[in-house]
Design a protein around this ligand. Structure first.
Ligand code: SAM
Length: 274
């Protein structure tokens, strides 16, 4: 792991309980994510996502998109426990593994090591990304519904501007999100096929309104954890990408080019700088 993790930035490694001051439904702050990924939740994250099942369900999708455009250097800005950093490194890409949570990065590094890889890790918050990462990349991936941790529009615009600046002139950004349109308009349903593939863990919203989707993850040992996410709509996200300067944005539904709007669990936006 990069040596510049100060003691202060490691504070989230020692916290073991999630705590939301006051009414959790009122807690809609971008900065909340570091306190949400407490060590005990991070330890369980891989139980939640089931690497093997996830690899099977997403197949070569991201690898094919990157290879088809001749991309080599990839910055995984929301590495979490390292699933995509490991997969892309094994596929031959030159990957830098970033995340704002020290607990997540530590787990990603350990997961890489277990597979014989030394991941290049950097702790970086998207809003100040270019302060902590060096150079420019062919591609940035921001996957696993991560971007919807940003609760304020100014933070979303700021993060996209930072991603844009960290890309080469013909770079691409691949960013995914849950299908919040369907959740807001028709209620929650999921095929549990993509991303959260473990069958012993449930991932369901406790609460959904236009400004908050509070997801609850319940584990077989009786423990449960929550994430307060912002339910951004698909076309709003596409507009933000265009307004950040990306020239072309193509949106896939559950890895397919054509889909009925309400059907997919996840949308994947592929945004091209030029
Ligand atoms: N991509 C991984 C996956 O799919 O398994 C992790 C997804 S997890 C839902 C979201 C990740 O985004 C967490 O690791 C969290 O620490 C990170 N994150 C959230 N907000 C962030 C921010 N503002 N800057 C950097 N990382 C952030």
């Amino acid at each position: 792991m990069s040596n510049d993790l100060s003691a202060n930035r490691n504070a989230d490694l020692v916290m073991d309980q999630q705590s939301y001051e006051g009414d959790p439904l009122e807690n809609r702050e971008t900065d909340r994510y570091r306190a949400e990924y407490v060590m005990s939740f991070v330890e369980k994250w891989d139980e939640l996502i089931d690497w093997q099942g996830r690899a099977t369900s997403e197949g070569q999708f991201f690898i094919d998109i990157l290879r088809a455009r001749g991309k080599e250097s990839v910055l995984d800005v929301a590495a979490g426990t390292g699933f995509h950093s490991v997969r892309l490194t094994e596929a031959g890409f030159d990957v830098t593994t970033a995340d704002g949570s020290a607990a997540m990065l530590a787990k990603a590094f350990a997961n890489g090591q277990r597979r014989g890889l030394i991941l290049k890790t950097v702790q970086a918050d998207w809003r100040w990304l270019n302060r902590d990462i060096k150079g420019k990349y062919d591609a940035i991936v921001c996957l696993g519904n991560s971007f919807t941790h940003l609760h304020e529009e100014k933070d979303r615009r700021r993060a996209l501007a930072e991603y844009y600046a960290a890309l080469k002139h013909d770079g691409i950004l691949i960013l995914d999100q849950r299908n919040y349109d369907a959740m807001l308009d028709s209620g929650f349903s999921t095929k549990h096929k993509y991303y959260y593939c473990g069958d012993k863990v449930t991932a369901e919203p406790d609460h959904v309104d236009e400004g908050l989707c509070r997801m609850r993850y319940s584990f077989p040992d009786g423990s449960s954890y929550t994430l307060n996410m912002c339910p951004i709509r698909k076309n709003y996200m596409r507009r933000l990408l265009h307004e950040a300067g990306f020239e072309r944005v193509r949106t896939y539904g559950d890895f397919q080019e054509t889909y009925a709007e309400g059907e997919p669990d996840f949308f994947i936006h592929v945004a091209e700088k030029s």
